[in-house]
Design a protein around this ligand. Structure first.
Ligand code: SF4
Ligand code: SF4
Length: 297
């Protein structure tokens, strides 16, 4: 069993110990891979305008992969259905493809591996740690599920796609794909909200898209495994970087009867806890078995 630290690492130093002990690549690998994934998707949207090869045509709400495979945001589709309007079959098929993918594979992987807003909210969280901002207004984490229900009810009552008026994910997508736009202020508001008002405020408390993906991927296959609780020396680096730190408590510090697998639907499968842990406590795995180590990286 590791010697428990009497003084946990400071939030601003999260990942430093892993970098010193295990090397630079180990301490950042999943963060780098996620940024590559997010930027590749932006490039796929840009491939048409830039090179006249349309890998992804459309936007984060609705797109066509190679002009053949429809991909649609399930929340928009649900809003459409709530208004009483039956979307075109390509929209429905696109939503079903997305739902099937995230339901089977990784919990909320859209949030960490696809959504461009993750770059903004991670930047706010990083700056918050570096500036030592500890104050945070308290909001219930399940507020996002309440917002999700309100959006669907609001769409049904108003007959409009309510969320699309203020959707900052779509707004940022337009910024990346079409250049700076009038909706950039929405993105700036989210950044400042996360930096100054509520820690992980947007993704962790408010975003209804994340809430929808949480419900969709609640039983998904890929989960974070706590490989060996005994190795944990309570440095707290994982809690400091995790955008949903409440999901770590039971798998890591629960009782014998608590599963060592992060089964909570709010884990975004970002792998940042694996990166920063100097004791190699975590690994990607499945919800059924422990310790499926990602060996080659
Ligand atoms: S699991 Fe790793 S990073 Fe988290 S507190 Fe324990 S030793 Fe630190
Ligand atoms: S538990 Fe790990 S993978 Fe899940 S959200 Fe937290 S840091 Fe990311």
């Amino acid at each position: 069993m590791a010697t428990v630290k009497t003084t946990p690492n400071k939030p601003k130093d999260a990942g430093l110990e892993a970098r010193q002990k295990l090397g630079w690549w180990h301490a950042y690998r999943f963060l780098i891979l996620r940024r590559l994934s997010q930027l590749s998707i932006i490039l796929m949207f840009l491939s048409g305008p830039l090179w006249n090869v349309w890998i992804l045509k459309g936007n984060y709400s609705s797109s066509m992969l190679f002009d053949v495979v429809p991909l649609t945001d399930p929340l928009i589709t649900a809003e459409s259905l709530a208004t009483g309007y039956l979307p075109e079959w390509t929209t429905i098929v696109g939503a079903l493809i997305i739902v099937a993918f995230y339901a089977v594979f990784a919990s909320k992987a859209f949030c960490s591996w696809v959504c461009p807003m993750n770059i903004v909210t991670d930047a706010a969280a990083w700056l918050r740690r570096k500036l030592g901002i500890r104050q945070s207004a308290k909001l219930p984490r399940n507020l996002r599920y309440v917002i999700l229900v309100m959006i669907l009810l609001g769409s049904a009552v108003s007959g409009t796609l309510l969320w699309e008026w203020i959707n900052p994910v779509a707004a940022l997508g337009r910024v990346f794909v079409f250049g700076l736009g009038a909706t950039l202020w929405l993105v700036a508001v989210v950044f400042l909200f996360d930096l100054l008002v509520v820690e992980h405020g947007w993704c962790g408390h408010l975003c209804p898209i994340g809430a929808a993906y949480g419900l969709i991927g609640a039983k998904s296959l890929i989960k974070i495994n706590v490989v060996d609780r005994e190795r944990c020396d309570r440095c707290m680096d994982c809690y400091n970087v995790c955008p949903e730190p409440q999901v770590l408590r039971l798998p890591l510090h629960g009782s014998e009867s608590d599963s060592p697998i992060v089964l909570d639907k709010d884990c975004i499968t970002c792998g940042r806890c694996i990166d920063v842990c100097p004791e190699n406590v975590f690994a990607f795995g499945s919800r059924f078995e422990k310790q499926v180590q990602v060996k080659n990286i």
